[in-house]
Design a protein around this ligand. Structure first.
Ligand code: NAP
Length: 317
């Protein structure tokens, strides 16, 4: 169905784009407020980044931890319980300035709503080096949980010094014979507990002050070129897997031409509210947060956005 005419009956109260902790929390709150939200989860990204995680140990309420995909399945079930309309579709276009706002899906359908919550999260950062794209899926990966299994008894490397890199490296020790962690400084950014676990693990070897300069291999990854930034020394590392864990960038492709962004690429909101520069458009989760980026903080801003929508609709009458 392609919408060509505005029929008031078709206009939803709220469309939520994204299905990580922010999107689903917004869905739970708006559904409980009887606003009948529709959530577009994304076709392959449904559940957001926690779908690529193993144990989540710091989400409050789960003293023994919970698997990322299980946590997201719980979020979804809770939103469904209150009647959220959850659709595993990709949003390909938005018209946020119009009244009502129009959201177009990959299958050609269009939906209209009085308000929209953008909760599109963030996307993995790439190294931007020779061989990275070509060997993506052939040894180069951004998800140890998804691909670690293929590297049983092989030597692999992880790039990065944050919590993600430590988590990837620790997970890979279950399969790989050896895991190098290549970090551009001599100090980790990761939290103390994650860093210590990695430093204590015999299978993990740190390559400090170094970057990967290029990747080689005919049809699959064979070697990584390494440069020590302090000494300038160049070397080659024989590995069959390279996991890139150097952070994420906010996913703003859909809205970057219409919503105001901050210098770091996140969507600008009128803190502490979730209001963007366009009336009736709200944003939540990693897409507005360059700093904290935790599941619990994303859920928190999803709750804020839901309440902002509720107040906005009340004021609309
Ligand atoms: P992050 O904290 O931003 O760390 C990114 C790491 O990659 C940094 O060590 C950075 O080096 C390095 N890096 C960035 N660009 C690079 C480049 N072009 N080349 C080489 N290295 C590069 O990102 P994150 O680890 O994905 O974590 C993001 C947030 O999620 C954090 O708040 C983190 O605490 C959270 N998180 C938590 C958990 C957990 O608690 N279990 C797990 C995963 C993530 P520098 O240090 O030199 O900047």
């Amino acid at each position: 169905m392609t919408v060509t005419e505005v029929d008031a009956n078709d206009v939803r109260n709220v469309i939520i784009v994204g299905s990580g902790p922010a999107g689903y929390t917004a869905a739970i709150y708006t559904a409980r407020a009887n606003l009948n939200p529709v959530v577009f989860t994304g076709s392959v990204t449904a559940g957001g980044e926690l779908m690529n995680t193993t144990d989540v140990e710091n989400y409050p309420g789960f003293p023994d931890g919970i698997l990322g995909p299980e946590l997201m399945a719980n979020f979804e079930a809770q939103a469904r319980r209150f009647g959220a309309d959850i659709q595993y579709e990709d949003v390909v276009d938005v018209d946020l300035a119009s009244h009502p706002k129009v959201v177009t899906l990959g299958n050609g359908d269009s939906y209209r709503a009085r308000t929209v919550i953008i909760a599109t999260g963030s996307a993995y950062r790439h190294l931007g080096i020779d061989g990275e794209q070509r060997l993506s899926g052939f040894g180069v990966s951004w998800c140890a949980t998804c691909d670690g299994f293929f590297f049983r008894n092989q030597e692999v490397a992880v790039v990065g010094g944050g919590d993600s890199a430590m988590e990837e490296a620790l997970f890979l020790t279950k399969f790989a014979s050896k895991v190098y962690v290549i970090h551009r400084r001599d100090e980790l950014r990761a939290s103390h507990i994650m860093a210590q676990r990695a430093l204590d693990n015999d299978k993990i070897e740190f390559i400090w002050d170094s970057v990967v300069t290029h990747l080689s291999g005919e049809d699959k990854l064979h070697t990584a070129g390494i440069e020590n930034l302090k000494t300038g020394q160049r070397s080659t590392l024989d590995i069959s897997g390279l996991f890139v864990a150097i952070g994420q960038d906010p996913r703003t492709e859909l809205v970057k031409d219409v919503l105001d962004l901050n210098d770091d690429g996140t969507i600008k909101v009128a803190h502490p509210s979730s209001q963007t520069n366009i009336d009736g458009v709200f944003a939540a989760g990693d897409v507005i947060d360059p700093t904290y980026r935790q599941a619990v903080t994303a859920a928190g801003t999803g709750c804020v956005a839901a309440q902002d929508v509720e107040h906005y609709l009340i004021n609309l009458g």
